[in-house]
Every structure is written in C-alpha cells, then in structure tokens.
Design a protein around this ligand. Structure first.
Ligand SMILES: Cc1ncc(COP(=O)(O)O)c(C=O)c1O
Length: 355
C-alpha cells in the first residue's frame, strides 16, 4: 500500500475508511461563520463530534472564540495543538484529572464545569498548589436531568459558595438544553424557551448578589438560532454542524463525512454485503444511509459486516465501493484515528483525530 495517501484516488483507499468532503465541510463552516458574524453571541463549537485539531483550527480561523471539548483527553489534545480557550463540558472529578487541569490552566485558558461543592473545593486546592486559578462555569440542569445544579436559588447558593474558593475564577453558567432532534420546530422552540429562562433567570439572580456572570453558554446545532437571540445568552456551542451526519440532510448543514466501504459479497440478487459493520459505523441514532444513490439501502449492521439491500437494476459487484453516511457523526468518528480530507475523488489531506 502507498504509505502517503495524499493525492491517492478514493477508489484506491483501503476500506473501511472515514472520509470528509472538504467542499461540503467548507460550506458548513461558512454558513456558521456568516450566522456568527451577525449574532450577539460568541461561537464556541463543540469539537467532541470530530475530535480533529485541524478542523478545530479551521473553526477558530472562521471566527470561533474558543471550543468545547467532551472530556479532558480531548482538551489535552486540542491544547497541545495550540488552541487556548477550551471549555470541557463534562464534569471532571478524579483527583489525577483535577491535577492535570491545574497544570493546563497555567498554559491555556481551560474552563471546567462544576456542580458539586466538594469537587469545586478540590479544584480550588489543586489550583492553589499549582500557583494558578482554575476558571469555572457552573453547570445548570435546565432540561436533561443528567448533570448540573438545579436552576434558580440552588444555583445562586452554589455560586456564592464557590465564589469564596480562592483557587477558582467563577466565569458564569452553562446550561445545555439538548439537541431536541425528535421535536418539531414548534416544540423545540417551546422547550428551549423554558430551558433558557431557567438559565438566564439563574444568571439574573446571581447578578443581584453583585457577582458578574460573564459567560452564559448553551445551544446545539439544532437550537443555536433560538439560543443566540435569547436575552442573556453570551455564547452558543453547536457541535454536529461542521461534519454533520444523516440526521441533518434536510438542514442548512449538509453531511460532509462518510465511511467508504467495499462490497465483499453478493450472496443473492438483492443482498449486498460490505466490509463496514458496527465496528466502523454506529447505529445509536438509527441505521446509516447510503450516499448519493437510492437503489441500495443499509438494512442491518453486524459486528464486521454491513448488510445492504439493492432494489435497482444497476449492477453492483464484489469489489465496488459504496459510501455510507453515518447517522451519528460523533460516535462514528470516535472509532477512527484519521480521516481522509477529499477534494472530489482525490485525497487532499489526512487529518489526525485525537482523544
Ligand atoms: C454539552 C453539549 N454542548 C453542545 C453539544 C452539541 O450538540 P450538537 O452536536 O447537537 O450540535 C452537545 C452534544 O451532545 C453537548 O453535550
């Protein structure tokens, strides 16, 4: 095999391979940049979807103020790649990870979220020991019931507590409302209004104590336009928009990623079996979709095999390549260590995935 895939043709790549169509990606990037340029909110894209420093750099160049990461490992990868303003949106509680955050705080502008006084105290102590301050947002449970302090008086009381911790710098609030994929536009708007009122209402209570709330972070790809116009929200954190996936086919952000597969068997006239199963494509958001053809569809994923059904007249042979659009970009990309940046049929770049 050619060990430098740059300039190789798609048809010559070993499969299964993760591809990103750079033309589509650049259009998604521009759509978001145009939106962001006219918005009152800062853009802090969630990079947990792509975990790719080169893509995060593109987002920063296109106007993002900073990024969100899903966990500490991702944050470490992004900071090592030179990105400074990094918010980790999952609670960090392990002592060894808290110690690493304290070290990172000296070389970056890492921000962590907290919802527990004991953990906050541990962050504060680690920061003092490292001779630094750790920047925190308080995680507010505005809808999902998965983490965060209850909004309103509970959040206010918690902020009063952490304001006294000398190793911490309280910056504001995060209240993630969820992607609301299964809701109608009307229902989504309604749910978001309720969630944002809890978040911004908490901010206003805290400010009555004379404590400034500089950041109020919320929003996803599906909800950012609602979040961005809501009073008091200062930044939005959409993730999926850049690489997108099959769930967004009808949205303004088109799927840029796909998994290139090879047909490995044609056991009968309608059955097409490929080399990409559950180890290469996730199905937590439903079955993936075949790209650019409606004569064949994915009907099941086994561990190693993709089971497709062909309904058309067009011949499909063993060795043919079929491109599949994941139904969930974040969980699929996570299974790869690199993605091929495609310009048409040719590999333009190989992008490293971290964390
Ligand atoms: C805390 C947080 N912020 C932002 C996002 C981005 O959501 P999306 O990928 O739907 O844009 C997620 C996704 O799960 C999230 O958990």
């Amino acid at each position: 095999m050619n060990h430098n895939p740059v300039s190789m043709l798609k048809q010559d790549l070993e499969t299964p391979a993760l591809l990103v169509d750079l033309n589509v990606l650049e259009r998604n990037l521009k759509t978001m940049a145009d939106f962001s340029a006219t918005s009152k909110c800062n853009l802090r894209p969630h990079i947990k979807t792509h975990k790719t420093p080169a893509l995060a750099q593109m987002q920063i160049v296109a106007g993002a103020k900073g990024i969100c990461c899903g966990n500490l490992r991702e944050a470490e990868g992004m900071i090592a790649a030179g990105i400074r303003d990094v918010l980790v949106t999952k609670e960090i509680v392990l002592p060894q990870q808290i110690a690493r955050v304290a070290e990172l705080a000296k070389q970056s502008e890492i921000i962590v979220i907290v919802d527990n006084a004991e953990v906050a105290e541990n962050f504060s102590r680690a920061a003092i020991a490292a001779g630094t301050k750790i920047r925190v947002l308080v995680d507010v449970d505005v809808r999902l019931g998965r983490s965060g302090v209850a909004p309103g008086e509970a959040t206010r009381a918690f902020v009063r507590q952490i304001e006294k911790m000398r190793g911490l710098e309280f910056l504001g609030l995060m209240g993630y409302e969820g992607s609301l994929h299964d809701s109608s536009a009307e229902e989504r708007e309604k749910q978001c209004q309720v969630a944002y009122e809890k978040l911004v209402g908490s901010k206003e209570l805290i400010e009555r104590d004379g404590i400034p709330v500089r950041i109020v972070s919320a929003g996803s790809t599906n909800t950012l336009r609602i979040a961005a116009k809501y009073r008091g929200i200062t930044e939005v954190q959409p993730g999926s928009y850049l690489t997108s996936d099959a769930r967004y086919r009808d949205s303004e952000f088109k799927p840029a990623i796909s998994v290139l597969t090879t047909v490995i068997s044609r056991p009968n006239r309608t059955r097409v079996t490929t080399d990409a199963g559950q180890k290469n494509l996730t199905q937590d958001e439903g079955l993936p979709k075949v790209k650019n053809r409606d004569d064949v569809r994915v009907i099941a994923l086994n561990e190693e095999h993709g089971i497709l059904e062909a309904t058309g007249e067009k011949e499909i042979r063993v060795g043919d390549k079929i491109e599949i659009i994941p139904s969930h970009g974040g969980t699929t990309i996570n299974m790869y260590s690199q993605m091929y940046g495609m310009r048409g049929e040719r590999v333009e770049d190989v992008l490293e995935i971290v964390g």
